[in-house]
Ligand binder design. Structure first.
Ligand SMILES: [Zn+2]
Length: 307
């Protein structure tokens, strides 16, 4: 599931590629993927252009120049793929049959499967935006938990999903005291479960919960009520550090994943210390990384470093 850094990478890519292009056509083949979609919604969208793309937690918000915004939630298997006009694709492939999809101006992010690079639409394609220059933006979603919703821009901040989101961890004014205020301090809930709760802090999923807790030396099963101020301070620092590091690395590595510059995300290869490293040695103490289950999720820890 894409987490904050992966969604931020998509936001940056689409900001380069999709902003300013006029939408000539929009189609939706799966009602669950665009609740409320109708010919009248389509005609509201057609002829407009995306002016800016924001992110809140794992949610992308594409603002249109007609006073509406599209709230795009990728959930488990959603992905956004931008493809330049077919003519340009063909020309690139005729010149160089081995050209990677990054060379032709394609861009994709989100769930790492072959739909990021193969011909589209495919059977996972739910929504297609075609721009006036014939380039396209595909919303693919194998398992259909993701969605696009159109709301008036003036109502975005009051949207019930947005209202439930906790603070944005990379904002400069997000302090450790704010994290403390949000944590259920009287609860025996495991700290990892609290980090996965989007109303405590926005944007963290399984990868960055495990990495942040390792960075802070905190065992994911620790009840929130056992955390000292010092623990929370270290956790706050570690969360910000892991998320920023991953954005700098282009997100977590995923097969076929390329950003708008044609770079693959390298966070898991370069900087992840415990996630997907079961059986490897801990970089700090040499103990073996173990996998366990916390809050129903596969969880990676160093049992010596995390107390
Ligand atoms: Zn260790």
């Amino acid at each position: 599931m894409p987490e904050l850094p992966e969604v931020e990478i998509i936001r940056r890519g689409l900001e380069q590629l999709a902003v300013g292009r006029a939408i000539a056509e929009v189609s939706c083949s799966e009602p669950r993927s665009f609740p409320g979609f109708s010919p009248s919604v389509a005609s509201t969208i057609i002829g407009t252009a995306i002016t800016t793309i924001d992110r809140r937690g794992k949610l992308l918000i594409a603002h249109l120049d007609n006073g509406y915004s599209l709230l795009i939630h990728l959930r488990m298997t959603g992905q956004l793929v931008f493809r330049p006009a077919k003519k340009r694709l063909q020309a690139t492939r005729e010149q160089d049959p081995f050209a990677s999809n990054a060379d032709d101006g394609s861009f994709g992010g989100g769930h790492p499967n072959a739909s990021l690079i193969r011909d589209l639409p495919d059977k996972t394609t739910r929504v297609i935006f075609r721009f006036s220059d014939d380039s396209q933006l595909y919303f693919n979603d194998q398992r259909k938990f993701g969605s696009i919703r159109m709301v008036p821009r003036s109502e975005v901040a009051d949207d019930s999903f947005m209202q439930r989101l906790g603070p944005e961890p990379l904002l400069e004014d997000f302090t450790w005291q704010e994290l403390k205020d949000r944590l259920p301090l009287n609860s025996r809930q495991p700290v990892k479960a609290a980090l996965l709760d989007q109303s405590v802090i926005a944007g963290i999923g399984n990868i960055y919960a495990d990495e942040s807790l390792f960075g802070a030396g905190i065992h994911p099963l620790r009840p929130v009520l056992s955390l000292s101020d010092n623990d929370i301070e270290r956790l706050h620092e570690s969360i910000r550090c892991c998320l920023q590091q991953s954005i700098d690395d282009g997100g977590s590595t995923a097969r076929n994943y390329v950003d708008s510059q044609g770079m693959r995300g390298e966070y898991l290869d370069l900087h992840a210390k415990v996630f997907n490293r079961t059986g490897q040695t801990c970089c700090r103490c040499g103990h073996t990384i173990e996998k366990t289950r916390v809050a129903g999720r596969g969880t990676h820890i160093c049992p010596r470093c995390q107390k």
